[in-house]
Ligand binder design. Structure first.
Ligand SMILES: Nc1ncnc2c1ncn2[C@@H]1O[C@H](COP(=O)(O)OP(=O)(O)OP(=O)(O)O)[C@@H](O)[C@H]1O
Length: 396
């Protein structure tokens, strides 16, 4: 499903690779945490998977495709199979919950009928039934992240990348978000989540890949958060051992540093994690979904992918029927019209829907300057007609 072969990434103007000879394989249906100190390379991994960055060395395969062979023109289509959730939600502030989620489908040309069915379904799945008509500022942080998740999975992607999705949320709200992510994973979607949340990682006992200075130092099947991941600096001495000699069957790790790994109280935040309290939404009970146990050896993915089945969760308040929007006309995938033109730099300058904890301007060498809609696979590149509503926050 996702494979890195000796992948290195060195950003221009830097002296040290962000990722250094990474070998990695994620199988269909896995739930994988990427942990590591700030600057250890977690987001770089996710950006490479999304083909938002190119590796300096090595090869990356995602969903059976060699990313090096996907042309810029095809990137948005490739990204339709990958949902992305960020720490800062990135909702469209002037659109309702329903419209935020529908926008994804509109841009890829889904019919109005499809949208009218799919959006309420996914909102129900993330626990937002009854909130379809609200705008982002009328939601709690946790609810906004649920909208972002709904938007990321409404098209039933095979992979969901989550970059610190609970980084702006309090522990109780984070637990609710994790329950949603587990449900999505239980439906068959492969989930990769970069996080600093020690409590979540320790509690969920899923596969944990730990990065130190751009190298994988631990790959554990039912891992905990670990020790070095909690250190708020990336400059941790790495043992001489080559990064790729640590396999996921090695438990806990070969590095003495990690033998200090111990239980962490549930849902505590690691020292390096941003402190930012959101008003807690009513905390759903955190019930881990049944564990997926994919085979450890790589097996070729079947041609047809099981479509995630979303289940309803949590008792809901009375459903508010979203107002049918006459604008919801099918948009041809080849010529989306209700799309954003705003370039990345403008996105980063625009105010986020929530305070951003650790904004980082990504003026790095994108393979091509794509708008956010393009980056998320929402429209073909080069379509500059813009409703001007891609008013989203900075990336990290
Ligand atoms: N666009 C860029 N240009 C130059 N260097 C970059 C760029 N993006 C990331 N880096 C560097 O690459 C290294 C890895 O960064 P990355 O964002 O992948 O780390 P991270 O583990 O996700 O950190 P955090 O937990 O703080 O998000 C860091 O040293 C960072 O400064």
């Amino acid at each position: 499903m996702i494979r890195f072969d000796h992948v290195s990434k060195q950003y221009s103007g830097t002296t040290r690779p962000a990722l250094n000879a990474i070998n990695l394989e994620v199988l269909r249906g896995e739930f994988v945490f990427l942990v590591g100190a700030s600057g250890s390379g977690k987001s770089s991994c996710l950006r490479l998977i999304l083909k938002e960055e190119k590796p300096s060395k090595g090869k990356i395969h995602v969903l059976g495709q060699d990313l090096g062979t996907i042309s810029s023109r095809k990137v948005p289509y490739f990204r339709r199979n990958i949902g992305v959730v960020f720490q800062d939600f990135r909702l469209l502030p002037n659109k309702t919950v329903f419209e935020n989620v529908a926008f994804t489908l509109q841009v890829i040309g889904k019919s109005r009928g499809f949208i009218q069915e799919a959006v309420p379904d996914v909102l129900k799945m993330v626990g937002l039934d009854g909130k379809a008509a609200r705008r982002p500022h009328e939601l709690s942080g946790g609810e906004q992240q649920r909208v972002a998740i709904a938007r990321a999975v409404v098209n039933k992607p095979q992979v969901l990348l989550a970059d610190e999705p609970t980084g702006n949320l309090d522990p109780a709200t984070s637990a609710g978000i994790m329950a949603v992510l587990e449900r999505i994973n239980a439906g068959g979607t492969t989930v990769l989540m970069a996080t600093h949340e020690a409590g979540i990682v320790d509690q969920m006992k899923r596969r944990v890949i730990e990065l130190v200075n751009g190298q994988i130092v631990r790959d554990e099947r039912h891992g905990g958060y670990g020790f070095t991941a909690a250190i708020p600096t990336a400059h941790i001495a790495v043992a001489d051992e080559p990064a790729d000699t640590v396999t996921r069957d090695t438990a806990p790790t070969r590095l003495p540093l990690h033998q200090a790994t111990g239980p962490v109280p549930p849902l505590t935040r690691a020292p390096s994690a941003p402190q930012h309290a959101q008003a807690a939404e009513p905390a759903p009970q955190y019930e881990p979904a049944p564990q997926h146990e994919p085979a450890l050896r790589h097996e070729p993915a079947p041609q047809s992918t099981p479509v995630p089945q979303y289940e309803q969760v949590e008792p809901e308040p009375p459903f508010e029927q979203p107002q049918p929007d006459p604008q919801y006309e099918p948009v041809p995938a080849s010529a989306p019209s209700d799309t954003g033109q705003t370039r990345l730099s403008a996105h980063f300058a625009a105010p986020p829907t929530q305070p951003v904890i650790r904004p980082r301007l990504t003026d790095h060498e994108l393979p091509e300057q794509l708008s956010l809609a393009e980056k998320l696979g929402l429209r073909a590149p080069g379509r500059d007609e813009d409703p001007g509503e891609q008013n989203v926050g900075p990336t990290k």
